[in-house]
Design a protein around this ligand. Sequence first.
Ligand code: LIP
Length: 252
Amino acid sequence: MIKDAFSQKKNVETKASFSDLVTETDKRVEDSLFSTIRQTFPSHCFIGEESTSAGAQCELTDRPTWIIDPIDGTTNFVHTFPFTCISIGFLVNKKAMIGIIYNPVLDDMYTARAGHGAFCNDKKIHVSGCNDYSQALLIIDTGACAKNEDIDCHYENMRRHKKHSRGIRAIGSAALSMCLVACGAADAYYEFGIHCWDMAAGVIIVEEAGGTLCGPDGSTLNILERSCLVTSSKKLAQDMVKDITIVHFPSD
Ligand code: LIP
């Protein structure tokens, strides 16, 4: 569905702000995934970006739960910027067990299962292991920062990172940013304002690829808390945290 619609003109609607987009394809992909998985696992719980936007409760319990973003990087999808993906995470007892992130445009399929490693197109992947901030390539996105003081805070953080790292990139998809760290193409990623459906699959892919995950203040990661810091080593996370002032968002 995403491939078919990718180069077509899309009917774009806005959600929380003029830059928070949704298309017919986001909704169709989510409906299709929910109904297909539900047929096999009728007792499981589901959290999805579009159902939550439509009013469904975003409640994560210990029960087996599928957390799905039908199109992560919707703005990229709308603009045909080829970093867009489906993100499917499966959690039990709030712990990520399976992660699948598929970029249908570049045909990259990232997968991980707890205790079984992480893969891209069936090849095992691993983080770079970089622990030297001055040699690190970072991915940092403005994400949902919209208020002036939040944007200022973001750019102040960027100014500090620019002075201490090798470079900064922005991808426009949290899930794919996490995959880029998992496969060693980047050394760290963080963003404020993302949601549990942006992170759920990426968490297990990064974990299984040997990466470090925490909150951007170094705290234990809680995927409902709207941000995460993903790094190729604990040392890099500890150094980066010193340069990060937190932008707060209400929890999922
Ligand atoms: C997107 C995130 C991205 C962020 C965007 C948006 P969506 O998710 O993955 O990292 O910068 O603001 O939240 O809305 O395309 O699923």
